[in-house]
Design a protein around this ligand. Structure first.
Ligand SMILES: *Cc1c(COP(=O)(O)O)cnc(C)c1O
Length: 386
């Protein structure tokens, strides 16, 4: 009986899913972005930031593709994300950047995940978890130099150093911080943070610690401020081909990695005065052709796009009309001659000569490209192109 059930389940799972709403991931573009960004900070070690499923691009595939290019350091936000990469066979360094709880310490040590430690209270816990190891367990100290997020403040650093002196099973391999205003290269806040960081590193050195890695820069700082490179950089968004601020593209050429696409599910002709979708928030002003797309806010296509969203069909831009639903979105195809069910549709990304930038789509719904990318839905297959 159990066997028949299992066979039936296997059969169901093997049916192909033909829903054409996919995020196409161009691994060739990813690799090109990686090399372009490496060239900006040649002497620094490169940490690829692959948290939040590599900003929605698929952490396992992205990490393996970058490891094949020689990338040796990968940053994630949660232990769950780190475990996923280890389970997928990634053997490179994985850093847990986003903080952790005491009960996670033994697993961190077991799986060889290097944590950013942002609190002296976590040190004894890690130290005892690492007691069985032959070699000291590497950690990176995360300093709060003014971002007022996760990190050890300058006031708390002397106390943390005292605790560290008693941790015989730990090695302070790195020290790092986060910039609050990296996107503004002339920000005096960055100046003050860099000074505080250098003071913190000096204090550690004075106490006999010799952290091999010092790192501060995210994508924006990597490209806009060489004085933030130290000897390691942590790059996320720019790897995925989007500039965190427009000035970035003056220095480095980036290609968007993700194309969010679907196909027209249905096309209908309607009279002038016809209400479209929930609440009839759009009413046709002329006899119109309305297209139905199999994508909605559950896929990460934002509800706010009913005001001003556009998609690419047959090389033309078609406006989103009426409420975006959980699973469906309507577009006005009246000015797209010949549009027919099955036609490819680009929601963001390139299509022939034209493209819709995820940055512009994000602006339309009052958010940033980061949020848009990492909220593409779980039911949207990621399709990889080499
Ligand atoms: C997410 C993150 C980064 C990467 O930032 P980008 O702007 O995407 O390059 C770097 N460092 C830390 C600590 C992060 O959490």
């Amino acid at each position: 009986m159990a066997e028949r059930e299992a066979a039936k389940q296997q059969k169901i799972l093997s049916f192909s899913c033909a829903r054409p709403t996919v995020a196409e991931i161009d691994l060739h573009a990813l690799v090109a972005n990686y090399h372009a960004l490496r060239a900006v900070a040649r002497d620094a070690e490169f940490m690829a930031v692959v948290k939040a499923d590599a900003y929605g691009h698929g952490a396992v595939e992205v990490s393996h593709a970058l490891a094949r290019q020689g990338c040796r350091h990968f940053g994630v936000a949660t232990l769950g994300e780190a475990k996923e990469l280890r389970a997928a066979g990634l053997e490179e360094r994985i850093y847990l950047m986003g903080g952790f709880f005491a009960q996670e310490a033994p697993e961190l040590v077991d799986l060889d995940i290097v944590p950013f430690v942002a609190d002296a209270a976590a040190l004894p816990v890690l130290d005892s978890a690492a007691a069985a190891n032959a070699d000291p367990f590497p950690i990176h100290l995360k300093l709060d130099t003014g971002a007022t997020r996760l990190g050890i403040t300058s006031e708390d650093l002397p106390g943390a150093i005292e605790v560290l002196k008693h941790c015989r099973n730990l090695e302070v391999e790195g020290v790092c911080t986060l910039l609050a205003s990296a996107a503004d290269p002339s920000s005096p806040v960055t100046e003050r943070q860099l000074e505080a960081f250098v003071r913190g590193v000096a204090m550690l050195r004075g106490a006999g610690f010799n952290p091999r890695y010092q790192h501060v820069a995210n994508s924006a700082a990597t490209v806009l401020r060489a004085d933030t490179h130290f000897n390691m950089i942590r790059v996320g968004l720019a790897l995925y081909g989007l500039p965190p601020v427009p000035a970035v593209i003056n220095t480095v050429s980036l290609t968007p990695v993700m194309t969010f696409k679907t196909r027209l599910l249905q096309v209908k002709r309607v009279a002038a005065g016809t209400g479209v979708s929930y609440g009839h928030t759009f009413v046709t002003a002329r006899p119109s052709v309305i297209g139905v797309l199999p994508v909605g806010y559950a896929d990460g296509y934002r509800r706010g796009l009913q005001n001003g969203g556009e998609v690419l069909i047959r090389g033309l831009r078609a406006p989103v009309v009426g409420a975006v639903c959980m699973d469906l979105t309507m577009v006005d195809l009246t000015d797209v001659p010949g549009a027919a069910a099955g036609d490819p549709v680009v929601l963001w990304g390139g299509s022939g000569a034209d493209s819709i930038s995820a940055i512009d789509v994000a602006h339309q719904v009052s958010t940033i490209s980061y949020e848009l990318l990492c909220t593409v839905g779980r039911r949207v297959p990621r399709v990889y192109r080499d």
